[in-house]
Design a binder for this molecule. Structure first.
Ligand code: TXE
Length: 490
């Protein structure tokens, strides 16, 4: 493990943007403080990127696309991504600790994210030269070939909840497809992305293929999404910012992928294997403190087993402790004070509305007082129409609602503005298939939830959860368009 990181990180640890392969300070020299979610103390400072920095990064990316990066074959691009995957694996200890300190994830989750990033890079690296076009039968006198070509320069707005994984699925796929990239990490989660960009430089990515401009969403982020030199945008974040991003993209007539979170239902029928389900039902919301777009934040339970399942889930919630992320807690802190307040406000309103807390965890006695901790909270029964059943809380808050039959289960599961993920728990294979295929969600799990990380599986939403697909081979295709060549030969 990197000894420097074992020590308290010096507050003057300052990070520049990475533009055209160089470390570049913000054009006006401004810095943003990075606070540790575990204790609220200063951890580092990052460049507060400006529109000028974004412009320089877009120009560096364009030069790479038209130059050394654009000239590489798909195989050569793939090899570089695989080299980067190996460099990430070799750096796993340092990246894991840095991620935990920056975003407050328990070490095991940070490690899983870093390993996930390496796997994304491997997946897209090995896929780069398997992405090919088509030949279309046409007039007898003409040959028609359809090529899959990159857009050019892609912009990536990455949120703070899974910086490593979202960087992997978005930037990894865009690079594999041959685009040059400009990344704006979240202001609360830039440190590991900057480090990976340096690893990319070390393993030989041509200058400008991967640029990182850190800073605020309303300045650096907005400058990136409205820049006329950007050919496609990938955004993961809130629906409100997603609207701003898509509006900006529309001005430049470019496409966007939006992944905007969810309010995903876990549907439990009375014939389900409850013992098998219980740990999965709880983990689906507790993972990353509930700050997960695909969190299973609603339990829909068939009425006959409602009380029993609620009691069993409540018992598990009571045992959960939020604590310092370097001390293997059940869940870490929220990312920042604003997110902590957001979750607390939802819980205050729920109590005012008279909703019943069925099980509440605690905060570990040794959790630093300045950290952004929220106890895991399970409420049941919660009416389907209530705010807590409809809004994405993005914290360790689970609600349960009873249903009577299959039709009601489907209506409730599909009854929010979101549509990202769902799960169905039953031993009846026909019902599992029937209900699974009725879900308005981009991914549906049967007798499991989020199994295996899903790097190979297309992921994305319906409705307010956004549009476009990431992950899997479909995520690679998403970063390309076509060019059709018609050749007369007779
Ligand atoms: O999101 P924002 P916030 C949801 C979750 C959370 C809420 C608010 O419910 O509680 O959103 O989080 C950049 N132009 N999700 O405020 O604002 C910003 O710098 C361009 C769900 O953090 O969407 C960051 O990099 N970019 C979600 C990114 O957008 C802008 C993950 C996300 O920030 C911008 C995160 C602008 N005008 C939050 N304004 C998921 N789908 O998993 C901000 N940004």
């Amino acid at each position: 493990m990197n000894d420097q990181l074992r020590q308290p990180v010096a507050p003057d640890m300052v990070h520049a943007n990475i533009i055209g392969g160089q470390d570049v300070e913000a054009s006006d020299g401004d810095l943003l403080d990075v606070l540790s979610p575990a204790d609220g103390l200063l951890l580092a400072r990052i460049a507060s990127g400006t529109a000028r920095d974004v412009d320089a990064a877009v120009k560096a990316a364009r030069a790479a696309f038209e130059g050394a990066w654009g000239r590489l074959t798909a195989t050569e691009r793939g090899r570089l991504l695989i080299k980067l995957a190996h460099a990430v694996e070799a750096d796993v200890e340092t990246l894991t600790l840095l991620e935990t300190r920056d975003v407050g994830k328990p070490l095991a989750q940070s490690r899983a994210d870093v390993t996930g990033l390496a796997r994304y890079l491997e997946y897209y690296g090995t896929a780069a030269d398997k992405l090919h076009g088509d030949v279309i039968p046409y007039l007898g006198t003409h040959f028609v070939g359809v090529e899959r070509v990159p857009f050019g320069v892609t912009g990536h707005i990455v949120p703070w909840n899974y910086p490593m994984q979202i960087f992997g699925r978005s930037v990894g796929a865009a690079l594999a497809a041959g685009n040059a990239t400009v990344v704006k990490p979240a202001e609360d989660a830039s440190l590991t992305i900057l480090r990976v960009a340096k690893l990319a430089r070390d393993v030989g990515f041509p200058q400008g293929a991967l640029n990182v401009v850190t800073g605020l969403g309303r300045t650096a982020g907005a400058a990136l999404t409205s820049h006329p030199g950007i050919d496609f945008i990938s955004f993961t974040g809130s629906p409100e910012t997603g609207t701003a991003v898509q509006t900006a993209a529309a001005q430049n007539h470019v496409g966007v992928t939006l992944e905007l979170g969810g309010k995903s239902a876990q549907v439990v029928f009375d014939d389900a294997d409850i013992e098998r389900a219980l740990p999965v039902l709880v983990n689906a919301i507790i993972q990353n403190g509930g700050q997960t777009c695909s969190a299973g934040s609603r339990l829909l339970i068939q009425r006959g087993i409602f009380d029993d399942v609620v009691n069993a889930v409540a018992a598990r919630f009571k045992a959960l402790r939020a604590g310092h992320p370097e001390r293997s807690p059940d869940l870490g802190p929220m990312i920042n004070q604003a997110q902590q307040r957001r979750v607390e406000k939802y819980l205050e309103k729920a109590r005012q509305d008279g909703l019943t807390v069925a099980g509440e965890g605690g905060i570990a006695a040794d959790a630093p007082s300045g950290g952004y901790y929220v106890p895991a909270t399970f409420l049941a029964p919660v009416p389907h129409e209530s705010t807590l059943s409809q809004d994405e809380v993005f914290g360790p808050v689970l609600v349960a609602t009873p249903f009577d039959d299959e039709a009601e289960a489907i209506r409730l599961a599909n009854g929010t503005a979101y549509g990202l993920v769902a799960s169905v728990w039953t031993r009846d294979a026909m019902r599992a298939t029937r209900v699974g295929r009725s879900m308005r969600a981009g991914q549906v799990f049967v007798n499991c939830y989020g199994a295996g990380g899903g790097i190979e599986l297309p992921f994305g939403g319906f409705g307010k959860s956004g549009h476009g697909r990431e992950k899997g081979f479909e995520g690679l295709v998403e970063f390309t368009t076509t060019r059709t060549l018609v050749i007369a030969h007779g």
